[in-house]
Design a protein around this ligand. Structure first.
Ligand code: S3P
Length: 435
């Protein structure tokens, strides 16, 4: 669990330097879960150092999966050796599974637990216990599992079955976690399971399943998987997390004279929405794909400051930048303007990210209107700094820090330790990039 502490962030002139972000959180979860149900051992390099991905390992260990951490290194992340128990081979846990702060762990792992003929309870911290789970309960029950919850919220008790039925499923909300839960269950089901999304979401699950040897059918916003396929363990390298890199990209875009290069970062097109938005907001961006690992493109991103332009993010853009919206709001406070709609999902993230973001930016002197499904930030006046609360939300802790760089005075961020959920090294890297 990340520790709770406050951090004071001083204004900065400019940011310069090179950064290798931590291993991608989304991809780390998926590789660990798929390695756990693959045939034979898998070696995972560059696994995320964040607490969320550690929660996935804790849960998998409680389900009998042998996992050894071979190395932990600030530059290259965690190296893991995971011995797969084969599809359907997880063991009944003797304790309640603890997903910590991690919605991805709870939702995606539930898809796998639904296919195992035992009872398992999965819970999490106070933030996770407030998050909506009906979106996975409904399809997993249609497939034949029994899932009980507290008015649709965790803890979840799942009574799985080794006779899951394939379904055709159309989620109401675009969510990669929901899609993944259903595809993971579908891998174990009898027949062809199909998910048709209202708007396409990140496709790491599809690419990871293929990298582990499964066949996937894809057409438009639909993905299908035939049950009964086996997965093959192997060696996997996790690219750097573009959602963590986004903080440095925004800092460079915000501060005149900045020049930052992000190395070894994932450039999967379902995650690079942030690049297009930053360009619309005026930043100078160059990217280069160097190679691909397990179907995931990896390369460099180079960002330089230019004058900020007003921008709008429309509902169809939202799934592509869902995790970057708080830091894009922070960018607008540096003299830009940003209007976002169709982002009601932000209200059910690690915090109510619309109201907590608006509260924090206002406390720093920001001009922000809140709407049910978005916000509007006007950056005409410089922030003054002040005291804000990250409300147990890693992305808010880091977004407030990036906003604070442009303020006239210091900003105290309470609960800044929440950053450890995805980026424990964040505040150290921040200091190293001040030029
Ligand atoms: C994630 C999907 C998104 C994202 C989250 C990670 C994933 O959530 O916000 O940080 O790894 O699939 P939703 O599926 O709830 O949109």
């Amino acid at each position: 669990m990340p520790t709770t502490f406050a951090v004071t962030v001083q204004p900065a002139q400019r940011m310069r330097g090179r950064v290798r972000p931590p291993g991608d959180k989304s991809i780390s979860h998926r590789y660990a879960m798929l390695a756990a149900i693959a045939d034979g051992p898998s070696m995972i390099h560059g696994y995320s150092t964040g607490a969320d991905c550690a929660s996935t390992l804790t849960c998998l260990r409680a389900l009998g999966v042998p996992i050894e951490q071979l190395k932990r290194d600030r530059a290259t992340g965690i190296q893991l050796d995971i011995l797969g128990l084969q599809v359907g081979g997880l063991q009944p846990p003797s304790t309640t599974l603890d997903a910590g702060n991690s919605g991805s762990t709870m939702r995606m792992l539930s898809g796998i637990l639904a296919a195992h003929p035992f009872r398992a309870t999965i819970t999490g911290d106070s933030s996770l216990r407030r998050r909506p789970m009906r979106r996975i309960i409904v399809p997993l029950e249609r497939m034949g599992a029994r899932v009980s919850a507290d008015d649709g919220r965790p803890p979840l008790t799942i009574v799985g079955t080794d006779r899951l039925k394939a379904i055709d499923f159309q989620p109401d909300v675009p969510s990669a976690q929901v899609k993944s839960a259903v595809l993971f269950a579908g891998l174990h089901a009898d027949g062809m399971t199909r998910v048709v999304e209202p708007i396409s979401t990140r496709d790491h699950t599809e690419r990871a399943l293929e990298a582990f040897g499964a066949q996937i059918g894809r057409a438009g916003t639909s993905v299908a998987i035939r049950g009964g396929q086996r997965l093959i363990g192997g060696t996997f390298h996790v690219p750097g997390d573009i959602s963590s890199a986004a903080f440095w990209m925004v800092a460079a875009a915000a501060l005149p004279g900045s020049d930052v290069t992000i190395e070894h970062v994932g450039l999967n097109p379902s995650r690079t929405g942030i690049l297009a938005i930053l360009q619309r907001m005026g930043a100078q961006i160059k990217t280069a794909v160097a190679h691909a690992q397990a179907g995931e493109p990896i390369g460099t991103i180079h960002v330089r400051h230019a004058d900020l332009q007003p921008a709008t993010i429309a509902p169809e853009d939202v799934p592509g930048v869902i995790d970057e919206l708080p830091v894009l709001a922070a960018l607008a406070t540096h003299g830009g303007e940003l209007s976002v709609s169709g982002a009601q999902e932000l209200r059910v993230k690690e915090s109510d990210r619309i109201s907590a973001l608006a509260d924090g930016l206002r406390l720093m002197g920001g001009d922000i209107d809140e709407q049910p499904d978005g916000f509007h930030v006007r950056g005409r006046n410089r922030l003054r700094g002040g005291e804000v609360d990250a409300k147990n939300d890693h992305r808010l802790a880091m977004a407030f820090a990036i906003a604070a760089l442009g303020a006239t005075g210091p900003t105290v961020i309470h609960d800044a330790g929440a950053a450890g959920v995805s980026y424990p090294e964040f505040f150290t890297v921040l200091e190293s990039l001040r030029a």
